[in-house]
Design a protein around this ligand. Sequence first.
Ligand code: C5P
Length: 260
Amino acid sequence: MTVSTSDNSTLNEVSSDNNANPMQSQRYPVICIDGPSGAGKGTVTWRLAQALNYQLLDSGALYRIVGLKAFEAGLIAADASQAIDEAAVLKLTQSLEIAFLPNNQSGRVDILVNGEAVGEQVRNETVGGYASQIAIFPKVREALLKLQQDMATRSGLVADGRDMGTVVFPDADVKVFLTASAEARAERRVAQLKNAGQAADFDAILTTIKARDDRDENRTTAPSKPAEDALRLDSSTLDADTVYDQVKQHCQIKGIFFNS
Ligand code: C5P
């Protein structure tokens, strides 16, 4: 698998080689924003990356792409009734070429897979479910590890995920674990869907969120949890500006310099 970023440079090929110099990923500042989906990680990550002119790693998008492609290849049953073949998902993961292109208009990162835009379809809850099913596989995670670490070898990086501070960048300069109650996150999702003119069932969304949290927090490899040295922040009753201000202040305490 290869991943390229906005400067069109291709990052290193993933291999099963575990001898990469771990310091290689730490030449530039790294800020990790971990936590469950819907806690506000995406917004704070984007704002930090813009303010600092750092690259942005949306690691969830990597797992979503693999999940979606695995579903399209018939490796995941829609009703989760069949066991998933880890070796087949690994092979598929290694065959993908992914490009991340920051989009200033949408405030998100556009994703190209094998030259094709994947668009918003990768962001929906169904694909989030596929992602969390393939994210339990250690070999798939390992295949994605080095390319994530390589993103910190060319500029500062803000990385959003579940295991950024615990596994991918254990020596990061700043670690934040941003959470919120499942109910608050479900309410935000309902509001988001209604704003987009789509139907939204609070109870169904809450059940799906809880199932995904459960899978992510209780898997054996790289479970979603705060690093010991992470700032823990509960955004249940906070607006996005307050969350950003608190995270920014924590970054400054940790020695990250902001121009404004
Ligand atoms: O963050 P997002 O909701 O896009 O992530 C989708 C899924 O990908 C998560 O529920 C989780 O299972 C998986 N994931 C992961 N490790 C990461 C990021 C995402 O296992 N660093």
